[in-house]
Ligand binder design. Structure first.
Ligand code: MRU
Length: 345
């Protein structure tokens, strides 16, 4: 396991006895951390999107299990295991779409099942490894993705896939960072309605690193592509099915359809922890529906004639994707061959 130092703002900080979570709802106006000492609090931080982004959700949940063990483990009370399993259940119910959450919880549970006497050191080591491995995977994907994008003049990204959404550095944004370090490519970020991850988080992260970025309204994407300014759309993923279908932030599917029309390519960047080896197609992915209030102006709150439909992810069929980049390698044209080989290496 190569250890990479984290740079920039941290979404998550383990203090030794608590987890500090950067409240991303308040960015970019305010940098404010909430401190959690139990799994219930961490689950709430995930549900309320103080922490968001598939890998970061998985890492937060892993530390949530550490907090649960620290809280409940006792040499004299054998019931502690039940309490920890209940907390794992609470964490698993925090959000449904990002598979990294369940992947991380399964790893933590396996350690718990294997430990006899004192589970505390092993359970912490597992969470720390999930965190460190994610950062290392991002640096690896950064290089692999930048190799493919070497001749790109312009790229567009969607949502936020940077340090804020991961253990550090980022997936799609990690590739963009690595590419920009090699040559000054033009970068466009879609605002990503309704939660504005692109406008509030991606633009902020890139500006912090002094990487120039141009914000566009989501609805300007077709016109941007039509102008010839971009060659690639580069995005992350919340869950990838074995056939290469990709669940990601709502709007990704629209971008992929538009990209096909305009001869723009689509790259998905995600660690293998985002591949769900138990599903064959994107049809099997649960798409989270969030509250109407995240979309509806407050004045319509009690208006029985007005409602909102607010799915926050969509599924892009594999045939619209040119490349899936993982830390274990790249699959070009996943629509032809799927991604199962990545889980076998
Ligand atoms: O609702 P969010 O902000 O958790 O959604 C995040 C995304 O869709 C990201 O693109 C995805 O999790 C990849 S983050 C590296």
């Amino acid at each position: 396991m190569t250890r990479h130092k984290q740079s920039g703002v941290l979404a998550l900080q383990w203090t030794g006895h608590s987890l500090k979570v950067l409240d991303q709802r308040q960015l970019p106006e305010k940098i404010s951390y909430d401190e959690y000492t139990d799994a219930y609090g961490v689950a709430e931080a995930i549900t309320t999107m103080r922490v968001r982004g598939a890998p970061a959700i998985g890492i937060a949940a892993a530390y949530g299990v550490v907090l649960s063990v620290y809280q409940h483990y006792s040499q004299i009370d054998n019931n502690w295991r039940q309490h920890v399993l209940a907390d794992i259940g609470t964490l698993a119910n925090s959000r449904p779409t990002a598979v990294n959450l369940f992947w991380a919880l399964n790893q933590m549970k396996a350690v718990l099942d294997g430990e006899g006497d004192n589970p505390r050191p092993a359970i912490f080591a597992c969470a720390e490894k999930i965190h460190a491995d994610d950062i290392a995977a991002n640096y690896k994907m950064g290089e692999l993705g930048a190799d493919i994008l070497a001749n790109a003049k312009g790229i567009m990204t969607h949502c936020n896939t940077g340090a804020l959404a991961t253990g550090g550095y980022g997936t799609a944004l990690g590739v963009i960072r690595s590419l920009y370090a090699r040559n000054a490519v033009k970068i466009y970020a879609g605002e990503t309605r309704p939660w504005l991850q692109g406008q509030r988080l991606t633009v902020w992260e890139l500006a912090q690193d002094k990487i120039p970025v141009t914000l566009i309204a989501d609805s300007a994407a077709a016109w941007l592509m039509r102008s010839g300014a971009i060659d690639w759309v580069v995005v992350g993923a919340d869950r990838i099915a074995l056939n290469g279908d990709v669940a990601n932030k709502i709007g990704t599917y629209s971008l992929a359809v538009l990209a096909k029309q305009h001869n723009v390519k689509v790259m998905v960047v995600a660690p293998t922890s985002t591949i769900d080896g138990s599903i064959n197609s994107g049809d099997q992915i649960e798409i989270e529906q969030r509250q109407q209030s995240e979309l509806l102006p407050a004045c319509y709150k009690d208006n029985t004639f007005v409602s909102a439909w607010n799915p926050v992810f969509d599924v892009t069929p594999a045939e619209l994707i040119s490349a899936i980049v993982t830390e274990r390698g790249v699959v070009m044209n996943p629509g032809e061959i799927g991604v199962d080989r990545l889980l076998k290496t």
